[in-house]
Design a binder for this molecule. Structure first.
Ligand code: SF4
Ligand code: SF4
Ligand code: SF4
Length: 286
């Protein structure tokens, strides 16, 4: 099959697995159409669609999404069985939901009613989404930080002691135990990056809990503070519920444009528990 130069250029930058998929689909479609050359128009429908990435500043808030798009090989939700995450938990759906919640919160009106003068950048409510624990969009210093996560679990498949998982793990959280003649995982050290899941050739390491880690109350400025991580990994619905609750807490407790991080500190003994209880209530039928 021949390729026009522009069509070839459009796929060349893709990671190997995505390129192979796009090329195969485009060539099948071209053959079906009775042609023998792939043009840019033929490949376009099969190129991965970029998720909503970048930085959005709107009235009263700023949302940052890491630049991993659909191509960064570190993205957690491309890893493991099934490839990309299901549509329900995709970063695209998450980001769209986050934007909708932030828009609905009318944070610009809220800030204007709680202070004089223009809204300054450090007064914006800031949310950050990263598609892996490298955290390029700096979720640890945002009001609400969200990091994609996939926890490894052992399946019934055997371990051939190849050491691929050990080599892939930058946290020294998985290794081959010579006595057990199999790999072992230290979940205390594991940060749910999913790297070991994608390299295991036998499928002994499978994808366990997958979704997002959530942290609240980070900020820079005169009194910087790293966000407090809430325990667990949450699906998109739960992440959006947590954000909704955080916005509600912020609007109830913030006067004179007080930062959410300061509220998190003041409420540190009760807020995480209240958020957990609200999530539990959401998941409990009836
Ligand atoms: S946070 Fe991870 S997925 Fe996103 S751009 Fe950085 S390395 Fe890539
Ligand atoms: S998921 Fe955990 S054990 Fe696996 S590579 Fe990442 S940090 Fe290591
Ligand atoms: S990558 Fe899989 S098969 Fe290889 S040592 Fe790790 S668990 Fe065993």
């Amino acid at each position: 099959m021949k390729w026009e130069e522009n069509a070839r250029a459009a796929v060349n930058h893709l990671p190997f697995a995505e390129r192979r998929k796009a090329v195969a689909r485009a060539e099948t479609a071209v053959l079906k159409a009775g042609k023998n050359i792939v043009s840019p128009a033929d490949i376009e429908p099969f190129l991965p669609k970029p998720p909503v990435i970048g930085e959005y500043e709107s009235d009263g808030y700023r949302l940052e999404v890491c630049s991993g798009g659909n191509s960064c090989h570190n993205r957690v939700h491309q890893r493991g069985e099934g490839g990309e995450t299901g549509e329900d938990d995709s970063p695209d759906r998450l980001v769209q939901g986050v934007r909708a919640l932030l828009d609905n919160a009318a944070l610009g009106d809220f800030l204007r009613s709680h202070g004089n003068g223009p809204i300054r950048i450090h007064q914006l409510f800031r949310v950050s989404v990263s598609q892996c624990p490298n955290a390029c969009s700096q979720p640890q210093i945002r009001d609400v930080g969200i990091i994609a996560a996939a926890s490894p679990v052992f399946t019934e498949n055997g371990c051939v002691q190849c050491g691929a998982c050990e080599n892939a793990c930058r946290e020294n959280a998985v290794w081959v135990d010579a006595d057990k003649e199999a790999s072992v995982i230290d979940h205390e050290r594991c940060i749910a990056c999913g790297a070991c899941i994608s390299v295991c050739p036998t499928g002994r390491i499978g994808k366990g809990e997958a979704g997002y880690r959530v942290m609240i109350g980070g900020k820079l400025g005169r009194h910087p503070r790293l966000a407090t991580e809430l325990p667990g990994i949450y699906d998109v619905e739960a992440v959006l519920r947590l954000l909704f609750l955080c916005l509600d807490e912020y609007k109830q407790k913030s006067t004179k444009r007080k930062r959410f991080a300061d509220i998190v500190v003041e409420e540190k003994d009760s807020l995480p528990g209240r958020l957990a209880a609200a999530l539990h209530e959401m998941k409990t039928p009836g």
